[in-house]
Structures are given as structure tokens and as C-alpha cells.
Design a protein around this ligand. Sequence first.
Ligand code: AMP
Length: 428
Amino acid sequence: MPAVQRLRGTADWLPDALRHLRHVEGSGLAVAGAFGYREIATPVMEPTELFTRSVGDTTDIVTHQMYTFTDLGGRSVTLRPEGTAAVLRAFAEGELRQASRPVRLAYTGPMFRHDRPGRGRYRQFHQFGVEAIGEAEPELDAEVIALAWGWLDRLGVGGTTLALNSIGDAICRPRYREALVAHVTPRRDQLGPLDQARLARNPLRLLDSKDEALEAVLATGPLVSEFLCEPCRAALERVEAALAVYGVPYHVEPRLVRGLDYYVRTTFEIWHTSLQGAQNALLGGGRYDGLLGMLGYPDVPGVGFAAGLERVASLAPAASDAGPGTIAVASIGGAAVPAALRLAGALRGRGLRVLTDVGPRSAKAKLRSATGHRAAVACLIGDDELRAGTVAVRDLRSGTQEPVPLGEAPTRVGALAAAASPLDGGGP
Ligand code: AMP
């Protein structure tokens, strides 16, 4: 019988890697918190229409990447492929819609897309994102971009560039779309079947294509910047001016559209030089003033971004752990077991991380095991120590050992552990 294995495109997060992921995520939430964004969590499963109506039913995500199933009540349910639509639904459905605006929210959690698994691409992956809802001022667009930039900077992720664009609004975008179609249609036989379908159903998505022949066709085509209406142009200028004040370097990328239907005006991505091709975006976002209307609620403007935590984590240096080292407490011989467990409890009461080892092995084997568990300090209690009312405290990095009276042990061992940063940065 073959062994059961995890699904393709999913990952097990083993402790060291998960710790790093949590560090990356935690620093995102902390930076967001400094900008006044409060964390929100929405369900992992949602009614399918949430995504067909917002993300757009001609997008790659909706046409062939969603994990959709019919539940036992006959409802069509989808594992969320992205976070924005759900956060906006939660905003509009609950009491947040009465809160002072803009309502600033942050979220993290798993997302699901039946993508082709590959480097940096999973079927269950994690996003950290923020949404600023209820205000249309372009300075708010710059705020979420500055937040994203500040997060990557704090993590020590270098080599990033910010691509900014405006894709216009309901007034000017249709004119651009027409010009694009007029340019590409006579050259359509140079396109692959997928891009031909895009041309027919959702031509703006052509700009997302990485196909070389299409890129050549587009290179001589119209640019959205040539079609922006005056309010859209003015909004873009204000975003740029605010970014300059925040000190965030950017370049305008006239062909940047995003793979979701709900964006208007500002779109942006942060790219990393080491991530190639279609997978080079660490994060992306933009303004989505019409999104709530698509979901059947009154329209409220908003702007946000979502970042792939796996991709950011793969580029972020490991954080040093400033916390105290791990302590191993071992009894040598059965009589010392209660004393060892009591000492372990007293140390944990001080917030320390303690591994007990009360099995029948020898002192030597237990010290080897403590080192294997990457402990910084070992406390040994055997018959001699019981008689003397002491514990043998060994600094596992220097190898020095001394007897310490049991009553003083929690304080003395605690100080020794605090002085030792964890040997691995990770603990057990
Ligand atoms: P999107 O919602 O498609 O704009 O994606 C935002 C970010 O999520 C991307 O820039 C990636 O960092 C990340 N991301 C999207 N799809 C995947 C995936 N299949 N696997 C891993 N990360 C992803």
C-alpha cells in the first residue's frame, strides 16, 4: 500500500521554516499596526459568487484556478484564492461599515489556487495584505505602498523595485481598451490560442501575458497613459508626489495591469531581481473603488495590496532570536525524577523554555541529547545532588559545570539561559 503523502503544491511547515514565516508575517502586522491597520480574519471558505463577481469571471483565477465544490447543503463553496474580496465583504456586511473612515485592516492567511506548482508557486500559499477602505484620496494609495515598502525594508529584503501604473477608470479605460483591440486584432494570428481568447473576452489581460510574440505586438501598441482622463492623471500625480515624500523609489510601468478585474486607477507591484519572469512579483495591489458594488453593496472606495509570504520569506534574512536559550533538566536515577520535574516547573514559571529528560539513560547520554536538542544549559539531578540539595548546572557552550543549591537554581539557571542566545536561533 503506498504511503499517504501531501497534495501537490502544498507544503508542510516544519518548525524552523514556520518560525521564519511567522517572523515575516509578524513584522508585516507590526508595520501595518504602526500605520493604524488592525488585523481581521475572514473564513477560508466563501460563497463562490464572492470571487466570480469581484475577481472577475474571465480571469485566470476564476476560469481555472479555484478550488470550488458543492457542499452537503448544495451550495457552491470556494476556498478563497485571494483576500481582498472577503475583507471587503466583511467590512460591508458587519459593523465596520459604520466605523470612522478610512477603515484600515490587515490580514494574513492561506489562499488556494489550482496553479501549476513550480518555484515560488503553490496551490496553498500564504498572503499578508492590507486594505484601506472608505476614502478615495490618492495619498492613501501612497500610504499602502509605503507600508509595503517599509515592511520589506524592515525585513532586510533588498533588490526590490516598485512598478506603478494607473489603468484609468470607467470613463477612460474603455477608450484605451478599444485602441488596444484595434491595434492587436489585425495581428491576431501572431497570438497563441490563450491570448486570442483573451483578446475576445478581456483584452486588458493581454498585458499580463509573458508571450514573446505578443510582447512584440504590444511594444508598438497604445499605452494606457496616453488615454488617462484628467482626474485619473491628476490622481496618479498625487500618488507619485506622496511616494516622493515617503522616500519610496518607483518607476511608472505603463503596461502593468493586474490579474484581477476590480482595479481602477492605481495599480502597483513590488518586484525582486532574483525572482524570474511571471514569478517576480513579491506583492501587488491597487485601488478598487467599484468592488463593493460588484458584490451587491453600496460602493465604497478602497486600496490595498497582497504579498506572497513564501516569496518574501525566501528573500528575508533569518531573524536573530534575542530570547533566552533552552534549558534541559535531567534526572539521573528514578529517585531524582520529582526534583527534576519540580525544577522544570519553576523554570517554566519564569517564562523559560525547558525540556525534561527523566528516562533511564545515563548522564552522558542525557547531555548528548540536550546538545542534540540545541539546549544552552543542562541541569542534572542524581543521587549525589539529592543528598547535597543541589543541582549540577552545565553551560553547554563552554562545558563548565558547577553545583548550585536547589533553592537558588531557578534564578541562577534563568540568568545563565538569558545570557545564552539560543544556539540555533530556533530552539527545539
Ligand atoms: P495576486 O493576488 O495574484 O496579485 O498575488 C499577490 C502575491 O501573492 C504575488 O505577488 C505572489 O507573491 C503571491 N502569490 C500569488 N499566487 C501565488 C502562488 N500560487 N504561490 C505562491 N505565491 C503566490
